[in-house]
Ligand binder design. Sequence first.
Ligand SMILES: *Cc1c(COP(=O)(O)O)cnc(C)c1O
Length: 337
Amino acid sequence: MACTRGVELHVGMVQAARAAIAGVAVKTPLIASRCLEGTARQPVFLKLETLQPIGAFKLRGAANALACLDAEQRARGVVCCSTGNHGRGVAYAARRLGVKATVCLSNLVPEVKVRAIEALGATVVRVGRSQDEAQTEADRLVREQGLAEVAPFDHPAVIAGQGTIALEILEDRPDLETILVPLSGGGLIGGIALAAKALKPSIHIIGISMARGAAMQASLVAGHPVEVAELPTLADSLGGGIGLRNRWTFDLCRSLVDEVVLLEEAEIYRGMRMLLLEERLVVEGAGAVGHAAILAGKARLDGPAAIIVSGQNAPMEQVLAIGRGEPVTLGGLEVKG
Ligand SMILES: *Cc1c(COP(=O)(O)O)cnc(C)c1O
């Protein structure tokens, strides 16, 4: 069942999630990359989660989690913290169900994401300079107002929702050998790895994070969840920790992710630029890490591969500057290709 709590996660929950989110999230296209085959020496396909109604995959998990709430929880409303896209997914799914949503965001979240959440009718609370501070505020609202929390990644229904991507891509291309997945809290890669390995145990799952603040990788190395400093990055949707009391995604990543690649900001810049100029796709930094990893020679492929192009919600000035080859400034740090 998509809504079961306190049980081991399994592929049946992902299959149930697929039915639960149909009509809210869309089945996105998987298209051949125009420009990576030469570099990768393998066919590479792009899963365009940029084409979800909110411009990112997060709608899948949010829609599934909202579908799992009971009538009383829906009447009281939901709260979440977010780097932007999860909040937008929760706001979108909540509005369709007539549920009140409150989204806690740190001041690192780009304005474009904040405005999009407000435009969906959610209440935005801005607090502090890290995901941890946004989480603390969400915890307070759960305690004081009895809101139901929809956690951004460490939540079984959210993980199951994100896992529906794997069902779709293996249906379209059963011959895939590798899936490259942007990695932050691990809800996306956890759900994908769970479903993909259940259907095809030999598949290779590669997680990709920015070197500046790669919380899951630091935790995997330490053998337990650890805190890392959250820094401005082009991949702002990958910011934040995994939670010191992580329940689900750390174990999923430890047992199912085969490899983690870390990228410098200039490499992410070049991935975004290639997507824009050669694939002709607007993609935010977090969604460009698959291209960036292949371009940087950091992900070697043994057969046909799919990249999860996870979102498009970058500030437009940033996308245009990168397209023109100009440096971009992130909280005092200058990045160029
Ligand atoms: C949230 C997000 C990710 C990472 O997902 P996790 O489940 O936190 O690992 C990747 N790309 C985009 C665009 C996101 O919004």
